[in-house]
Design a protein around this ligand. Structure first.
Ligand code: ACO
Length: 325
């Protein structure tokens, strides 16, 4: 029996439209909303984000990311026997974006489902896929984070609309005789629903409540730094490792100050933290696999490195995965 799962390929995709802070500030000024490149960079580290064109959905971004990941793994779509998509911005209420993605990949038959854990979605999805591979339920899984957050932003709320972007990242996770995923640690606490949510829902043919993102930024900030440290420590303990064993920390790319705070608590230099938030903004469930792929393709993260992935998001949800690449 296979004991382990291992990432054998990574891929990502950003929609071509790059929107700089200046461009966004100019657009918002047209609505009477004041912001600036200086404010956004100082408070968040974000310089730009990408927005998908009208009609382009999460499954479209996911498809491109999966093609790149499959190519990197040397696999063909027909070999995939499990698809998990982490998203909070699915193409439809149902069916899942994973099922739609499966069809776009030109395959049928294997299980395909979405995981909804907002910005922690990718670490949740990877943990589920790891469990399925280790029990023999799958041998070659596509694990994807894909989002079109631009669709749920309130462009009249400067405290949130400057933070998010669209994109997708994917990994191929395969059965392996040697350890890839070493340990993971997942949590949720629904008592914090109100600090980060999109409260709208569909009923009787209408959207009831606002379908736009609401966030209490400062409450999220404080909670995020605390739980990210706890999740990292718990995951290291499960794997029998310490902070000194981490070659790379790839946190959810929400805000450079949260990442700096987390790295400091784990006594890691910033040179060990993969940062893409400056160019991607916060892409929710897509942010970790996007950053992982950028670091792999950029030659930062290499085969054999020990990598800590960390997610935190609405729910509240949080978690971490420690792996050998
Ligand atoms: N441009 C200019 N001014 C702004 C903007 C803006 N875009 N947004 C807010 N301000 C103003 C506020 O109105 C406030 O003005 P006031 O002092 O006159 O009232 C001032 O800037 C300071 O606002 P704060 O909310 O105190 O700013 P803060 O330093 O807390 O930064 C931020 C706000 C960036 C949202 C921060 O709290 C944060 O990053 N929080 C975490 C958010 C996050 O990580 N979310 C995602 C995690 S989970 C997920 O990804 C879904």
């Amino acid at each position: 029996m296979t004991l382990y799962s291992r990432i054998t390929g990574t891929g990502s995709y950003l929609p071509p439209r790059r929107v700089s802070n200046d461009e966004l500030a100019q657009e918002l000024a047209g609505r009477g909303i004041e912001t600036s490149n200086e404010w956004i960079v100082e408070r968040t580290g974000i310089h730009a984000r990408h927005f998908a064109a009208d009609g382009v959905n999460s499954s479209d971004l996911a498809l491109e990311a999966c093609r790149h990941a499959l190519e990197a793994a040397g696999r063909n779509a027909v070999e995939v026997d499990l698809i998990i998509v982490a998203t909070s911005t699915p193409d439809m209420v149902f069916p899942s974006s994973a099922a739609i993605l499966q069809h776009k990949l030109g395959i049928a038959g294997c299980p395909a489902f979405d995981v909804q854990a907002v910005c922690s979605g990718f670490v949740y999805a990877l943990t589920v896929a790891d469990a399925m591979v280790r029990t023999g339920a799958a041998k070659c899984a596509l694990v994807v984070g894909a989002e079109v957050f631009s669709r749920i932003l309130d462009f009249n709320d400067r405290t949130t609309c400057v933070l998010f972007g669209d994109g997708a990242g994917a990994v191929v996770l395969e059965a392996s005789d040697t350890p890839g995923i070493l340990a993971s640690d997942l949590h949720a606490d629904g008592s914090h629903v109100g600090i980060l949510c999109v409260p709208g829902h569909v009923s009787g043919g209408q959207v009831l409540g606002t379908p736009l993102l609401h966030m209490d930024g400062q409450a999220v900030f404080k909670l995020a730094v605390r739980v990210l440290e706890e999740a990292a420590r718990a995951t290291l303990a499960k794997a029998g490792k310490t902070e000194a064993d981490i070659d790379w920390l790839i946190p959810h790319q929400a805000n450079i100050r949260i990442m700096q705070g987390t790295a400091k608590k784990l006594k890691l230099g910033l040179d060990k933290v993969v940062v893409t938030v400056h160019e991607h903004g916060n892409t929710s469930a897509a942010s970790i696999p996007l950053a992982l792929d950028a670091a792999v393709r950029g030659g930062q993260v290499r085969t054999g490195d020990t990598v800590m992935l960390e997610g935190v998001g609405g729910g509240f949800t949080w978690g971490a995965v420690l792996l050998n690449l």
